[in-house]
Design a protein around this ligand. Sequence first.
Ligand SMILES: [Zn+2]
Length: 150
Amino acid sequence: MAVFICPSCAHRVSGAERAEGHQPRGCPKCRFGFVFELMDDYYAGPITALIACDRERRVLVAGHSSAPVTGWPDGEMIGHEVSAALGLAFPGATDDPIARSLEWGVRVQQQPCTFRPHGLDEDRDAVVDIFPAYDDDGGLLLALTPVTKG
Ligand SMILES: [Zn+2]
């Protein structure tokens, strides 16, 4: 059963709830305009930044925890190419996981990466989950979770 996640507040809505039709498109919790369909359930942690992009990798929504994690003020990341905006790098990866997800429509799970918060000149370690969109518009949802070295 598909699950839907709100890019803005990370609230999850089950396909069954949605089928009841109370909220045909948006998030029942924060009223954000759309929710993103996931094939597998996923819980965003409190410091997981949720960022939705179009098929050209441009940021559509910098939602849940995006501002504190990425350093981009609310709304300002919109329209930027997501890898560049986040300074994403995938050490050790043999390809670009974002391109892989977009091209093949596959989920990328817990991919180690580094990113550079906006306005800082130091990279941070993180893991990224990438969820391809299943509607005709394409695109993806990126969930970026910083990790602290212990
Ligand atoms: Zn919401």
